[in-house]
Design a protein around this ligand. Sequence first.
Ligand code: PLP
Length: 389
Amino acid sequence: MKRVYLDNGATTRTHPEVLKAMEPYFLEEYGNPSSVHSFGREALEAVENSREKVRELINARDSQEIIFTSGGTEADNLAIIGGAMANRKKGNHIITSAIEHHAVLHTCQYLEEEMGYSVTYLPVDRFGQVQIDDFKKALRKDTVLATIMAANNEIGTLQPIKELAALARENGTLFHTDAVQVVGHMPLDVQEWGVDMLSLSGHKFHGPKGVGALYLRKGLKIHPHMHGGAQEKKRRASTHNTTGIVGLGKACELARRNIPEKQKALVSLREKLIKGIEEKIDEVILNGHPKERLPGNVNFCFKYIEGESLLLSLDMQGIAASSGSACTSGSLDPSHVLLALGLSHEVAHGSLRLTLSEFNTEEDIDHVLEVLPGIVEKLREMSPLYKKD
Ligand code: PLP
């Protein structure tokens, strides 16, 4: 059976060159980067090389602005808790959006419920975009931090980060963006965006799982949330994950090669898939912004059916997709992102996310377009809500 992987928003295939780059740091150069001997020095050199590769990909000014973490979740936690705590004298108000990943939302809720902060959760329009005016109005004298994701993991909508970051800066508010879904897939420049902090994660762009980074603009202070060693200039204790960091660096190096061409190819596959679904299946709603969206993201609601049954049927045909985000699957509640767009619970339940990577082909898309209409028809026939004219 042909197998098609269309769940790249959840995680991606590790690039073979990434794996190859990591191997020597398991088997030969396995020293602790904090050790003084040659094994340690070799490992430290590899860590610093990777830091430089991450810097290059996001165009940070200095590689010391990169803090390695265990992934996107930790980078988000470090930015939000660490940023808010270290700058508490400015105030205790935080701004975020209603459609953030739970790594951001739950962290803000923690600060709200346990640490005495107050949080504004900005609504989004029907395409999933935060309105600049709403952001402007929400900024207060005591707004210590704003955190708005660069692109949504479920619906792919991109946010006007440059404009939002400029407003935050005028207000003396730290600005963080969760760019986990953007880094490695679209050109990105932290200096041009003017952000203070940015989170990224290796496994979303063909690097290994369990490693990520936080960009922290030079001169800014955050409170560390891991206490122990002096690694990462005392900003994140614990022995370096050398192999993961080397893999992340390689993934950044690979991502920088031909980003515009790869992006164009993905957009073309994405548009083929969107057009095909809209032509072949009726009563569907494209979720997210029609143009301002991630190159590899397709998200539809299929009326009268459950996303979960759609997923299972696709899986039986060898197609891996997702409904809502991987992190919330297993829950019966519809996605908070789809509800924030104004969709009803009923419609939101019928969502399907198909996320592409550079390893996908035209044949993959053809296969989905061949199989999906039949599955939707069958499921609708079983649905008591569906009345065919
Ligand atoms: N932020 C976004 C937007 C994501 O999509 C994800 C992963 O699903 C994360 C954060 C968490 O990243 P990680 O899995 O590296 O902890």
